[in-house]
Design a protein around this ligand. Structure first.
Ligand SMILES: CC(=O)SCCNC(=O)CCNC(=O)[C@H](O)C(C)(C)COP(=O)(O)OP(=O)(O)OC[C@H]1O[C@@H](n2cnc3c(N)ncnc32)[C@H](O)[C@@H]1OP(=O)(O)O
Ligand SMILES: O=C(O)CCC(=O)C(=O)O
Length: 388
């Protein structure tokens, strides 16, 4: 498979931090940046320096880490925002403005032309100060295509390094994303970036589909955190790139620790069923599945857990089958005698049906209870034989 031609700009430290209630300390941001860089993430969006002095210091401190990744920050089309980005010494600034008529009217009270002129002036200002610019359309997915093309064309002509398309309210579907990105990326003079939100649950799918359609820079956040329903999730996009896009240059084995780190720092709990990093991503209870998995893991695991730094787990419960139970007992060093598995299985199912988890301790007590009963039966059997 010819690998997709893409790079990742991870925006956990900026859009991820816009998750309501989340605020990373400078040290936490540095730790996350280091981990992203270790994975091989191409660009790290370190923050939005105009938010506060502390935020500005945090962005600068990440620049000073001198990581192999390029460092980027966000800026409105406002001179003081660009000055703050320049002061931080970032490699790239994402200079954004909202391009939809709705946002232009409500937020800026300006016409398309007025706002584009203002943005182009700010683009020139940033470029004159030697900083690379991503010229970004906020709410691009609800913007008139002719205006979007005009903005991108004028930005590229002035020297913007990238044109960026934000699905700010997550209104795109994979099909509309494919069609839109195909048109834009074949037409554009500079590489296209996509920034997808998750309001319909399509952020990662839209991002991957955009890559297949020709987008170059993909925006992600760890665990998919971000405004409202979040952004495209780094781990999902990286696994899709590896499994379906032929991209193998990122070190996926660090994804579990990165994900737990961001969970701790952000306080945003990861759903158990979250792809790649959820507690259940490689966890199996169903008897039919385990019976097949113990012969060949490909039957119910699309990619090996080790690839993403995780491990396979078998859980006992209502849905356990005989083969799975036998396998677990043998792995734990118990060699069940004939009939024993059936008794243990029945007990496990009925305990589980009272909503109790079958922890290791519960299993041990079920085993020991069953064994005692088997012993008792044996003894009373031999007593009967003696007396009878
Ligand atoms: C889609 C996105 O994720 S965009 C990023 C959103 N992130 C954030 O807003 C988080 C950080 N924000 C903040 O800390 C603050 O909002 C700040 C520091 C940026 C600005 O604070 P304030 O000066 O108090 O402005 P406030 O937030 O009330 O309003 C936003 C202002 O920015 C203006 N603005 C918004 N986007 C842009 C833009 N791209 N270019 C120029 N101006 C813009 C608005 O028109 C409004 O201007 P006004 O004050 O003249 O009406
Ligand atoms: O394109 C960007 O760099 C920022 C846009 C953004 O965060 C959004 O629209 O959600």
């Amino acid at each position: 498979m010819k690998p997709l031609n893409v790079e990742i700009c991870d925006v956990t430290l900026r859009d991820g931090e816009q998750t309501p209630g989340v605020s990373f300390t400078c040290e936490e941001k540095q730790d996350i940046a280091q981990r992203l860089s270790d994975i091989g993430i191409d660009i790290i969006e370190a923050g939005f320096p105009s938010v506060s002095e502390y935020e500005k210091r945090s962005v600068r401190s990440i620049v000073e880490m001198d990581l192999p990744s390029d460092i980027c920050c966000l800026s409105r089309c406002v001179q003081s925002d660009i000055d703050a980005a320049i002061d931080c010494g970032v490699d790239l600034v994402s200079l954004f403005f909202a391009t939809s008529d709705l946002h232009l009217r409500i937020k800026y009270k300006k016409t398309r032309e007025e706002m584009l002129d203002l943005a182009l002036g700010m683009l020139d200002y940033a470029l004159d100060h030697g900083i690379k610019v991503r010229f970004s359309a906020e709410d691009a997915s609800r913007t008139d295509t002719a205006f979007l093309k005009e903005m991108y064309a004028k930005g590229a002509d002035r020297g913007a390094s990238y044109s960026s398309y934000a699905d700010t309210v997550g209104c795109m579907t994979p099909l509309s994303m494919y069609e839109t990105v195909r048109v834009l990326s074949t037409w554009l003079k500079n590489p296209l970036c996509v920034h997808c939100h998750n309001d319909m649950g399509f952020a990662s799918a839209n991002t991957f589909t955009a890559a297949q359609a020709g987008a170059f820079q993909l925006h992600t956040t760890v665990n998919g955190i971000g405004e409202r329903c979040g952004n495209a999730s780094l781990e999902e996009v990286l696994v899709a790139l590896r499994m379906q896009g032929g991209v193998d240059r990122y070190d996926l084995s660090a994804l579990q620790t990165l994900s737990r780190t961001v969970e701790t720092y952000s306080g945003i709990k990861i759903a158990k069923t979250k792809p790649v990093v959820g507690e259940h991503a490689f966890c199996h209870e169903s008897g039919i599945h385990i019976a097949a998995l113990i012969q060949d893991r490909n039957t119910y695991e699309y990619y090996p857990p080790e690839m993403v730094g995780a491990e396979q787990k078998f859980i006992l419960g209502k849905h356990t089958g005989r083969k799975g139970l036998e396998y677990i007992l043998t792995t734990l060093g118990y060699n069940p005698v004939p009939g024993e598995v059936d008794v243990i299985l029945e007990r496990i199912k009925s305990i589980s049906e009272t909503k109790q988890s079958i922890t290791h301790d519960v299993l041990l007590s079920v085993i020991s209870e069953t064994r005692q009963e088997t012993e008792l039966k044996k003894t009373s059997g031999s007593d009967k034989a003696r007396t009878g």
